[in-house]
Design a protein around this ligand. Structure first.
Ligand code: ATP
Ligand code: MG
Length: 684
């Protein structure tokens, strides 16, 4: 039996909506998984569908396992919970004989030789980085349902920078596709699984009928990051049916570069005009201090995604204010964060409830070192540990060789070791300038991080030779804890999606890192995706949030970096201006100090008469009701009565004056400011 009291009112409305399309537009931490599990349970409980006829799709295998676990606890373990890929693989295996007879097929497990051959044929240099980038382009195109013929135009429209001219990529793409058909059968890559599954259902009535007999009800989590190809599969699953529940948060769209798009989520109620649309805004994960920051950050977003007007309401008891700290350089930032982590642990926060999040995987190196120095156990998520990475292993082999050479200059000790090391690694791709292309860039960043580590060790021990420093590096590599242990999490913002911790350290908040340089170069849309990444980072924290940046990269380096643009307005507010509550509030009419919260919001003591025009107040209430209806939230979530009264009395003329009223912050102004000012203007 399911207990719907485990849900709040909005969650329950979504979970118990009648059979048919449901769209849950839910902010971070609002309990999406909880709600969709209950929805599935409810549909089964009410006899709308039986357990084995439901397919729940999640974004990662880990999320699918979590979903299966929760469904099991509710006694409905027969519900299928899978990723798009694993669902498609299973279906294709089953239906293949019906669509292709005994034509043999197998999964293509290594795409590189195929791409390499294609690249060589069209005269594109087939180094590893190029090949990875070419594969990235092919995968993006396939996920976006873009053919080789359409590639050049599409890449232009999407403001992508291909690793080689677009025409060349298109040629490689064509040859890659052709190369998968061999005399001994067909090879399918991940995207082909989806394509063929959709194709089988679209083209074979028998397959479609059998499948749709089996599965009748579909649920998709993280729907903001669905690709056009995945959407096509979903559509093929559904056929003419509309038993579909989707959950998503457009503000957390962070996989656009792989072809994901929030458009299907945002257009859902247009596709299904009779859909039940629910908005969850109560954030059960984070304190009000953290949700306030999250709201402010995302309140500044622009573009289509920003139009969803979701504001988080922090449901946890109040906690510490988020902190914002500038450090002279990266090693100092890392050391200080490691110290703070140690303090938190001493005060009782378990290591597994602490995370350090950053923009790119190469940033982990400096934190791995600082944590190791403090003796804190950690694990790196979404990327191997620094010393386990291929390029780092290769680089160390290279350096060991260099150290054995007999012609090394005598003065190559201490800080000078880094100079020798840099020269030794140049042939591996450590060029002077950062290269183009995602893979080449990551490799370059990793190698640069290694050189910086060597430089730091050399500065700390000025007598050491390359040999000595390699010894120190080896110790560090070996000291790294095995991956299963319970330690502090180091993760990129992308890998942190959907997860939560008591304490989160958001590090490296400087321009060109967040937003990352190539996003700045690519334009506004890409910068907006970076803003959403920041938002995802903030909303991972339950209680403690420490935001930081370093003005120089290297120890003692020139402090030329600029704090991230996403902190503009926020850092000044947080650090320099006393909180509103610290200033005594006085009655607008008689000047008496105000005491009750109600009086403070209105800005007038209870003894003085209202200066508001009743008609205006009524008009404002009507306006509020319209908005609340449109957003499907209770009216008080738009504005409380007291705030509306304050507006009626103060009659603000512009956004700045609106901000003076308590209960109105930047997010409210961004969402309702212009519309509210219009009501006021109309009245005067
Ligand atoms: P994200 O957007 O980050 O993926 P989400 O919407 O999936 O977030 P969940 O991870 O499902 O959110 O929930 C966040 C936390 O809030 C979880 O710890 C969950 O158990 C808790 N939670 C959800 N709903 C409620 C509720 N009604 N009462 C109490 N706690 C809740
Ligand atoms: Mg989630």
């Amino acid at each position: 039996m399911i207990d719907l009291n485990e849900l709040d009112e909005d969650q329950r409305r979504a979970a118990t909506a009648p059979r048919g399309p449901v769209c849950i537009l839910a902010g971070a931490g609002t309990g999406k998984t909880r709600t969709i599990t209950y929805r599935i349970a409810h549909l089964i409980d009410q006899g709308f569908v039986s357990q084995n006829r439901v397919l729940a799709v999640t974004f990662t295998n880990r999320a699918a396992a979590e979903m299966r676990h929760r469904l099991g606890l509710m006694g409905i373990g027969a519900v299928q919970a899978r990723t798009f890929h694993s669902a498609a693989l299973r279906q294709l295996k089953y239906f293949w004989p019906q669509i292709a007879g005994n034509l043999p097929w197998r999964m293509l497990d290594n795409k590189f030789p195929l791409v390499a051959r294609a690249a060589r044929t069209v005269g594109v240099e087939s180094n590893t980085e190029n090949l990875r980038d070419l594969l990235g382009e092919i995968e993006w195109a396939k996920a976006s349902l873009i053919t080789p013929q359409q590639y050049a135009e599409a890449v232009d429209k999407a403001h992508r920078t291909p690793p080689v001219p677009a025409e060349k990529v298109a040629e490689v793409y064509t040859l890659y596709e052709a190369g998968k058909n061999t005399d001994s059968g067909m090879m399918l890559d991940f995207n082909d699984l989806l394509l063929h599954t959709a194709g089988a259902l679209e083209n074979s009535p028998a397959v479609a009928e059998e499948f749709r007999e089996q599965y009748r009800s579909f649920v998709v989590d993280e729907y903001q990051d669905v690709t056009p190809l995945q959407q096509r599969v979903l559509q093929a699953w559904l056929g003419q049916r509309d038993d579909l529940t989707v959950v998503g948060d457009a503000n957390q769209t962070i996989y656009s570069f792989t072809g994901a798009t929030p458009n299907f989520l945002l257009d859902f109620s247009r596709t299904y005009p009779h859909a039940t649309v629910a908005r969850l805004q109560r954030d059960y994960r984070s304190t009000p201090e953290i949700t306030k920051l999250a709201n402010t950050v995302i309140g500044k977003a622009t573009g289509r995604v920003a139009g969803t007007r979701l504001e988080l309401i922090g449901m946890r008891p109040t906690g510490p204010e988020p902190t914002f700290t500038s450090y002279p350089d990266e090693p100092a930032e890392a050391r200080e964060i490691a110290k703070r982590i140690k303090t938190l642990m001493e005060q009782g926060t378990p290591a597994r409830e602490i995370a350090v999040l950053y923009r790119i995987n190469a940033q982990s190196a400096v934190f791995e070192q600082a944590l190791a120095d403090e003796g804190i156990v950690y694990q790196v998520r979404g990327g191997e540990g620094f010393f386990q990475r291929n390029e780092i292993k290769q680089a160390i082999t290279q350096l060991v060789r260099a150290a054995q050479r007999t012609d090394l200059p005598e003065e190559a000790i201490g800080p000078q070791v880094a100079v020798v090391a840099r020269a030794a690694l140049a042939p591996m791709g450590l060029t002077k300038e950062q290269p183009e292309g995602a893979e080449a860039r990551e490799r370059w960043q990793m190698l640069t991080a290694l050189i910086e580590l060597i430089e730091e060790l050399g500065t700390a021990t000025p007598d050491s030779t390359l040999q000595d420093i390699l010894g120190q590096l080896r110790q560090r590599a070996e000291a790294k804890a095995p991956p299963t242990v319970d330690g502090v999490t180091l993760a990129s913002l992308h890998a942190a999606k959907g997860l939560e911790w008591d304490a989160v350290f958001l590090a490296g908040l400087v321009e060109n890192t967040l937003p990352i340089s190539f996003a700045i170069k690519a334009g506004d849309e890409q910068v907006e995706e970076e803003r959403r990444l920041f938002y995802v980072g903030i909303t991972r924290a339950r209680e403690h949030l420490h935001c930081s940046w370093a003005l120089a990269r290297q120890e003692g380096g020139r402090q030329s970096r600029k704090r991230s643009r996403f902190l503009d307005g926020i850092v000044i507010e947080a650090a320099d201006v006393p909180p509103r509550s610290a200033r005594p509030k006085r009655c607008r009419s008689c000047g008496k100090t105000l005491t009750s919260p109600q009086e403070k919001v209105v800005g007038r003591c209870d003894d003085c008469p209202s200066t508001a025009d009743d008609a205006l107040f009524d008009r404002l209430r009507e306006w509020r009701l319209d908005i609340a209806k449109e957003m499907q939230v209770p009216a008080y979530i738009v504005f409380t009565d007291a705030t509306l009264m304050a507006v009626a009395e103060a009659r603000p003329q512009d956004e700045a004056e609106l901000l003076e009223i308590s209960g109105i912050g930047p997010v409210k102004v961004a969402n309702f400011g212009q519309s509210l000012l219009q009501v006021l203007r109309f009245e005067t």
